[in-house]
Write a protein that binds this ligand. Structure first.
Ligand code: SF4
Length: 210
């Protein structure tokens, strides 16, 4: 056993707000907290632990800041040379989602699956650790853009569907795509990039139904 303390990443400046703002999901209760600055976020996170009679680790603030750094663009972080951010740019996601949906439309045939299927897929995405929030979809007008461009029906899971970290496209859009479209757009040899439980992995590795 080693007594070495973990090394946490630090933001360059607490006054600069990263693109996805300051938010924290309590690791025990899974409740999300948001704040316009990091100090308020620390406070909210601590108050939440106290209110729920949960222990607060000595390095809790540093732990929260480390998590924020990992999803922020590199320029916000005081990082070692080897640091690689998990940040995915909003522009990339929007462009890729738009391209995916337009490619699907060009492929003709049936574009969307039925709503029941989309709901089943959504449930899997919501439980998946690759379903990552990178932006506020309401604030950025993404929901309005998607409804207008693709006339997608509302699903009960819409609020929780975020961006799939594997292909950086919006789950809210891709869960609606017809199986044939997914098979046309993603080759079978990419299936193992998706986690075991992923509906796309299952779809790519199952024989197409007539
Ligand atoms: S890996 Fe699959 S289940 Fe997970 S978020 Fe992406 S599409 Fe959804």
């Amino acid at each position: 056993m080693t007594n070495e303390k973990p090394t946490y990443l630090k933001l360059k400046n607490h006054m600069d707000v990263p693109p996805h703002e300051f938010y924290w999901i309590d690791p025990t209760t899974k409740i999300e907290m948001r704040a316009s600055d990091i100090e308020t976020l620390f406070l909210l996170a601590r108050q939440h632990r106290v209110a729920n009679k949960l222990p607060i680790p000595d390095d809790y603030d540093a732990f929260i800041e480390d998590a924020i750094c990992k999803r922020a663009p590199e320029c916000f972080v005081n990082h070692p040379a080897t640091f690689k951010t998990n940040h995915i740019g909003m522009d990339d996601v929007l462009k890729k989602t738009d391209a995916l949906m337009r490619a699907a439309r060009k492929n003709g045939g049936k574009l969307f699956c039925d709503e029941e299927e989309a709901v089943e897929r959504s449930k899997i995405c919501v439980a998946c650790d690759k379903n990552k929030r990178i932006m506020c979809q309401t604030c950025n007008g993404v929901l309005a853009w998607m409804r207008q461009s693709f006339s997608l029906p509302k699903l009960p899971q819409d609020e929780e569907l975020q961006t799939c970290q594997i292909f950086t496209v919006m789950n809210k859009a891709q869960v609606h795509l017809h199986a044939q479209v997914i098979r046309m757009l993603i080759s079978e040899d990419k299936a193992d990039r998706f986690p075991e439980a992923c509906w796309k992995r299952k779809l790519l590795t199952t024989k197409e139904q007539p």
